[in-house]
Design a protein. Structure first.
Length: 318
């Protein structure tokens, strides 16, 4: 019996045999040597963690399940083609999970540090980065994934901006923050010389802008815009001006709702939040005040989880 290995986004999978008899035999063999969670054994995340914890070898020929299959006489094809894929993923996994103190002793970090210093020897107001800010920005350039937990008042915003803009791979950067923080971000954007190369997002068409930095509030990014209808007297409904009884069925109106059980609504139109138009055109993203992203059922969290970039940075207030 022959089985072929294939790699996809989730992990390594065995092909489906061409005949029903072979497929039943395959499932019987795999079930007998593993357990009901067999498929998870070849999930990239679990495999890489097992290898890093020395539970599995990085050599597929030494994987316990594959070893057993070979001993049982199963001919497994494609191992040599899949091995480089696993090696590349493990190399990336080791780099991303390397302790920061250890990473800061590497040549990669030193190169990133020099890159930051070359990009920003001095700001428009004559000030310079502090050594710890250079280190923070270099970590953003080198690691590309970082939770920035610098203390309040130590320059978390400027460090994040410098790190993101020092990397030429980040041609388009998304920054999501509270509206109340716009003044701070705009000030620092101007300080690093990008006052003519940023845009504040207010509509989906703004996301198509070629400006390098795109600044948006949580309110615009995560919340839909609601347009209230008018009542029979021509007055617009609002949060504070909801009907006492439904104009259509005359049932008592439930507080905090916009629609009656009969189908009548005080809303004339809804406008989708900006995150619904996210099109993967951003190379990097900074999610300000990340400590608020914790409840998976909230719209704010869902809107942030929709952002997919190669460089996600999470500045947090500590």
């Amino acid at each position: 019996m022959k089985l072929t290995l294939n790699a996809n986004r989730e992990g390594i999978v065995f092909n489906t045999p061409s005949t029903l008899e072979e497929n039943i035999l395959k499932n019987d063999i795999l079930t007998s040597i593993a357990d009901s969670e067999f498929e998870n054994r070849f999930c990239w995340n679990i495999m890489l963690h097992h290898i890093s914890n020395f539970l599995y070898s990085s050599d597929l020929y030494e994987n316990p399940i594959i070893e057993t299959l070979i001993k049982w006489g199963v001919d497994i094809e494609n191992i040599k083609e899949i091995q480089p894929v696993l090696n590349a993923k493990y190399k990336k996994f080791k780099k991303e999970n390397q302790p920061i103190a250890e990473y800061m002793q590497t040549d990669d970090f030193n190169k990133a540090r020099e890159q930051v210093k070359a990009c920003y020897p001095k700001f428009s107001d004559g000030s310079k980065l502090f050594p710890y800010q250079i280190d923070g920005a270099a970590l953003i350039v080198g690691r590309r994934r970082l939770l920035n937990g610098m203390d309040t008042g130590t320059g978390k915003t400027i460090t994040t901006l410098v790190g993101l803009t020092s990397d030429p791979r980040n041609k388009k950067i998304l920054i999501v923050t509270m509206r109340r923080n716009f003044v701070d971000w705009k000030r620092e954007i101007k300080k690093i010389g990008f006052e003519d190369d940023y845009i504040v997002l207010n509509s989906p068409k703004d996301m198509k802008s070629d400006k390098r930095i795109h600044l948006v509030s949580y309110e615009k990014w995560a919340q839909e815009k609601v347009y209230f209808a008018k009542d029979d007297e021509g007055e617009k409904y609002s949060e504070k001006n909801l009907p006492v009884h439904c104009p259509q069925c005359e049932e008592e109106w439930k507080k905090g709702t916009y629609t009656c059980s009969c189908g009548f609504s005080v809303i004339s139109k809804r406008k989708k939040p900006l995150y619904k138009y996210f099109n993967r055109s951003y190379d990097a993203a900074a999610i300000d005040e990340g400590q608020f992203i914790k409840n998976g059922s909230r719209n704010r969290t869902k809107s942030i989880m929709a952002i997919k970039t190669k460089t996600p940075i999470l500045p947090m207030v500590i």
